[in-house]
Write a protein that binds this ligand. Structure first.
Ligand code: HPA
Length: 266
């Protein structure tokens, strides 16, 4: 970690990001036009390469609406074979370089019958259905407690800011519970029915490890899902990553306006 911090701070100098963002599948273009410093993951000690199409794999440091931000264009997933420790490494890095608030975004399948493809969903809470936890192993007490409280991972104040921003911008923002499984196979219709009974409104393959690590480290978390498709059994056509990236690309302007507006209001 020290090597990574030194590497990054040597490049960004006294740019101390306050807000960290992880841009999910097909959503990375948000940081494309920003004037800032770009560092490919492959050059960063301790970072693995992102292998998924629709994930660019670079860190972008830029000032947005007066706030110093650090964007991850693309994230690591458990299904790529990375350990959960590798997946949460960037969150721990963000903490060390001063990030106080994290905005996690993802592409997800809609389970709530009121949802349609292209909707944006504010994550109110999550269900960890990955069968593991990123905090398993020795606990570093300097980061957070052994048994961290998860009663309000997704910060209430930030959620209010997101809802108010969406209202002002006339962007419809749904709300719901995000369930994460490991993937990479999409769910079966039977699994989707079960997730609905569990209380899930959307499902995906990411975000939960990062949210747990951030909450553990005392970072405020906001989560936004892009409902890129309806979950298996709800939509009648087969699911594909092409559809996910296509829908994410279609709503990118809405998504960008919402996120930039939220940043302004934090
Ligand atoms: N299931 C799981 N992950 C996803 C989906 C889905 O339907 N859509 C986008 N990511």
């Amino acid at each position: 970690m020290i090597e990574t911090i030194n590497f990054i701070t040597n490049i960004i100098k006294d740019f101390k990001p306050q807000i960290g963002l992880i841009l999910g599948s097909g959503l990375g273009s948000l940081a494309d036009g920003l004037d800032g410093i770009r560092i490919p993951y492959c050059e960063i000690p301790g970072f693995a390469n992102s292998t998924v199409q629709g994930h660019k794999g670079s860190l972008v440091f830029a000032r947005v609406n007066g706030k110093k931000c650090m964007f991850m264009q693309g994230r690591y997933h458990f299904y790529e074979g990375h350990t959960l420790q590798k997946i949460i490494f960037p969150i721990r890095l963000m903490k060390k370089i001063g990030v106080k608030t994290i905005i996690l975004t993802n592409a997800a399948g809609g389970i709530n019958p009121d949802f349609k493809s292209g909707d944006l969903m504010l994550i109110s809470d999550h269900i960890n259905f990955m069968g593991t936890n990123p905090l398993i192993g020795m606990n570093d007490e300097t980061i957070g407690p052994r048994f961290p409280d998860m009663s309000e991972i997704y910060n209430k104040k930030l959620r209010e800011i997101a809802l108010n921003t969406a209202k002002k911008l006339n962007i419809e923002l749904k709300q719901g519970v995000y369930l994460a499984a490991t993937g990479p196979s999409y769910e079966t219709p039977a699994e989707v029915k079960m997730y609905r009974l569990f209380g899930a409104d959307a499902c995906g393959m990411s975000t939960v490890p990062e949210a747990i690590a951030a909450a553990h480290a005392g970072i405020k978390v906001l989560g936004i899902s892009c409902i890129t498709n309806l979950a298996a059994g709800i939509q009648t056509t087969p699911l594909s990553h092409e559809e996910v990236v296509y829908t994410a690309d279609k709503i990118k302007n809405h998504f960008k306006n919402l996120i930039l507006g939220i940043i302004e209001n934090i």
